[in-house]
Design a protein around this ligand. Structure first.
Ligand code: COA
Length: 362
């Protein structure tokens, strides 16, 4: 582990070696398990991406995730009031805590399947509907949508959601992944690592932004209002959701993937009209941020088009962040395996800036 303390705390300090993903912030390149995100997300299913991350045959990932969904559904009655919690991230965090190694959820495919079932069951509850049982013959993305919408499968929507889940499946040493690795490094179990990661992902600076992006698009309403609205937010000292990134100095490559996947949905006749608005808002926000921070490129991040894509496939904004976790759990659990193999406690240091004791050192 590196030891430098940078102006931004731990920025850039290498805390692990990984074969899972690489983020090149200068060039805007994301490699997931040896594949560019653009190439992987628009051709591979979530199960195929998970298999790459977990280094297992696709059938093992596919069957394991499906079986995880089926077994998790059987346990829904044993989750206390977790799924009645108002916030989706609170609900899946509380629900996930019940899926332990002892009850058969110690492996990556099982917890990945379980998280989708919990997120879908919570989404149904908040809509006043009872949970829908999984169909293990379906792909994970398609079944997740089915468990929420409870109706016939729309191939185009399932394909778009697949592209989304692959796109967000892993992303270097982000905050939630680091949290999962820290927990694992103490010798703790997979579920504890996933619960910690969900807590980190919940924050608006990490995975909590896509809902507010949609709120912003609603507030702006039409492309003609974009520039004035953005200016108003910036002069009030507020951040524009879906813009900026700690690592990327160019447009987040995942924004392009999700924009393309949403465009495919429009071509399939599924439009909410928000893609055109989003593009206008992105252009206005980019211009205004460039004027305000000429030395700091602040471009669209993954959350910007996540909001438009997930809205178009029919999810409510409250369901966006839990759906992020449904995809990212593949990466978290792969990092847990990798960290276990390292077998060493992560114990960063801190620089003491508090008061000195009055007595001399012993
Ligand atoms: N809107 C307005 N101003 C922003 C901004 C945004 N989206 N993102 C960064 N800035 C500002 C910061 O406030 C800072 O200004 P200051 O120097 O006057 O304090 C300046 O730009 C430089 O910020 P930077 O150091 O690049 O930001 P960061 O690395 O600390 O933050 C994010 C990165 C992602 C947390 C930040 O861009 C943000 O809050 N974005 C909005 C939330 C979001 O989309 N989150 C999802 C991330 S995938």
């Amino acid at each position: 582990m590196g030891s430098a303390v940078t102006a931004n705390g731990l920025d850039g300090v290498v805390v692990a070696e990984t074969r899972l993903s690489d983020v090149d912030g200068e060039r805007g390149r994301l490699v997931i398990a040896g594949h560019d995100v653009e190439e992987l997300a628009l051709r591979a299913s979530f199960e195929e991406a998970a298999a790459l991350l977990w280094n297992v045959p696709v059938e093992v990932a596919k069957n394991g995730i499906a079986e995880g969904r089926a077994r998790a559904f059987e346990r829904l009655g044993k989750l206390g009031d977790a799924l009645e919690l108002e916030g989706g991230m609170d609900a899946i965090r509380a629900a996930a805590a019940h899926f332990t190694e002892a009850n058969g959820f110690g492996g990556a495919p099982a917890i990945t399947g379980a998280l989708a079932v919990c997120a879908a069951a919570w989404a149904r509850k908040r809509r006043g509907l009872s949970p829908v049982a999984p169909d293990v013959s379906k792909g994970h993305a398609a079944d997740y949508l089915r468990m929420i919408a409870g109706e016939g499968l729309d191939e185009a929507k399932a394909a778009a959601l697949d592209a989304y889940l692959v796109t967000v499946s892993d992303h270097g040493m982000n905050a939630s992944t680091f949290a999962a690795r820290v927990v694992t490094s103490t010798g703790s179990d997979l579920v504890s690592a996933v619960v910690a990661a969900i807590g980190a992902l919940k924050g608006p600076l990490h995975g909590g932004a896509p809902g507010p992006v949609l709120d912003m698009l609603d507030a702006i309403g039409s492309p003609a209002n974009a520039a004035a609205w953005i200016e108003g937010e910036l002069s009030a000292g507020r951040r524009i959701m879906g813009m900026g990134h700690r690592i990327y100095r160019v447009r987040d490559p995942r924004a392009a993937v999700l924009e393309k996947a949403t465009q495919r949905l429009e071509k399939a006749g599924l439009s909410t009209g928000r893609l055109a608005l989003a593009r206008a808002v992105e252009a206005a926000a980019e211009g205004a941020l460039r004027a305000k921070y000429p030395d700091r490129p602040l471009r669209a991040n993954v959350e910007f088009y996540t909001a438009v894509l997930l809205d178009t496939v029919g999810l409510d904004r409250a369901e966006f962040s839990p759906t992020f976790a449904v995809g990212r759990v593949a990466g978290w659990s792969a990092h847990v395996e990798e960290q276990r193999a390292v077998g060493r406690l992560i114990r960063p240091g801190s620089r003491y800036v508090g008061a000195a004791p009055s007595s001399p050192a012993h």
